[in-house]
Ligand binder design. Structure first.
Ligand code: ADP
Ligand code: MG
Length: 239
C-alpha cells in the first residue's frame, strides 16, 4: 500500500456556459487531503462549494486541472469509469438523506454492495456492521419513515461507509436536522474520523465546521483560507 494522499487537486478550473453567459465557478483550486484528515469547506452561496463537491465526488469533470483520487488520475475518465470510481472509492452523505422509501435500513445500507456484485450473506453482514458503527444495529428492519431525521442520516452515513471508501464526502449533512440530531450525526462523523476515516464536509454553519481538523474557505471559486483547527475537547475555536 502506497502512502499517496486520498485526494490531490491541482489548478482546478470549472467554467459553465459559453461566451457572454460564461461563469467561472472554480478559478484554480489546489488542495491536498491526507488519509485520516477531517476537512470542512465553507463559503457563501455561489462561492463554488457544490461545484467543487461535484468534482471531488466524480459527479462532474473539471474544465481543466488535475485530480488524483486515492492515487488514480480521474480527471480524464469517461462517465462509466467515473461511476465505478464513485461506487468504490467515495461514500456520499447528502443533506436530504436520499434513502429509498419503504425499504429497510439494512437494505438501504446494502445497496452500494449490490452494485459491487457481492454475495447476499456477505452484503448483509457488512451492512449490519456499518449500522452498528452508527449506533443503529437495533433499527436494521425499520423503514425510513419509522426513523427520526437524525437516525435516517445515520443510516445514510452507514451506507456511505459500507464499501470502505477512501473518502467520505458530506454535503450539508446536518442542513435538514434539528440541534439534537445534528449533534448525533456529528458525533458519528467525529468517531469515524477518530477511527481513521477521511472526511470532507461542506457546511455553512460554524458550529458544524468546528468539528473538523482543518477549515478551508472558498470565495469566488478560490481558496482564500486553509487552517488547521486546534481542538480542546471536542470542538475547535474558529477565527
Ligand atoms: P455554492 O454551492 O457555493 O453555492 P455553486 O458551486 O453552486 O456554489 O456555484 C458557483 C457558481 O457557478 C455560481 O455563480 C453559480 O451560479 C454557477 N453555476 C453553478 N452550477 C451551474 C450550472 N450548471 N450552469 C451555470 N452556472 C452554474
Ligand atoms: Mg451549493
Amino acid at each position: 500500500m502506497t502512502n499517496h494522499p486520498v485526494l490531490e487537486v491541482r489548478n482546478l478550473v470549472k467554467v459553465y456556459g459559453e461566451g457572454e453567459a460564461q461563469v467561472r465557478a472554480l478559478r484554480g483550486v489546489s488542495l491536498t487531503v491526507e488519509r485520516g484528515d477531517y476537512v470542512a469547506i465553507m463559503g457563501s452561496s455561489g462561492s463554488g462549494k457544490s461545484t467543487l463537491m461535484n468534482i471531488l465526488g466524480c459527479l462532474d469533470t473539471p474544465t481543466s486541472g488535475r485530480y488524483l483520487l486515492d492515487g488514480v488520475d480521474v480527471s480524464r475518465l469517461d462517465d462509466r469509469q467515473l461511476a465505478l470510481v464513485r461506487n468504490r472509492r467515495i461514500g456520499f452523505v447528502f443533506q436530504a438523506f436520499n434513502l429509498i422509501p419503504r425499504t429497510s435500513a439494512v437494505s438501504n445500507v446494502e445497496l452500494p454492495l449490490a452494485y459491487a456484485g457481492m454475495k447476499a450473506a456477505e452484503r448483509r453482514r457488512r451492512a449490519l456492521a456499518a449500522l452498528g458503527m452508527v449506533g443503529l444495529a437495533d433499527r436494521a428492519d425499520h423503514e425510513p419513515n419509522q426513523l427520526s431525521g437524525g437516525q435516517q442520516q445515520r443510516v445514510a452515513v452507514a451506507r456511505a461507509l459500507v464499501t470502505a471508501p477512501a473518502l467520505v464526502l458530506a454535503d450539508e449533512p446536518t442542513g435538514n436536522l434539528d440541534t439534537r440530531s445534528t449533534a448525533d450525526v456529528l458525533a458519528v462523523l467525529d468517531r469515524l474520523n477518530r477511527s481513521g476515516r477521511t472526511i470532507v464536509l461542506i457546511t455553512h454553519e460554524d458550529d458544524v465546521a468546528r468539528h473538523a481538523k482543518r477549515l478551508i474557505r472558498l470565495v469566488d471559486g478560490q481558496i482564500v483560507h486553509d487552517e488547521v483547527l486546534h481542538h480542546s475537547g471536542n470542538t475547535a475555536v474558529l477565527t
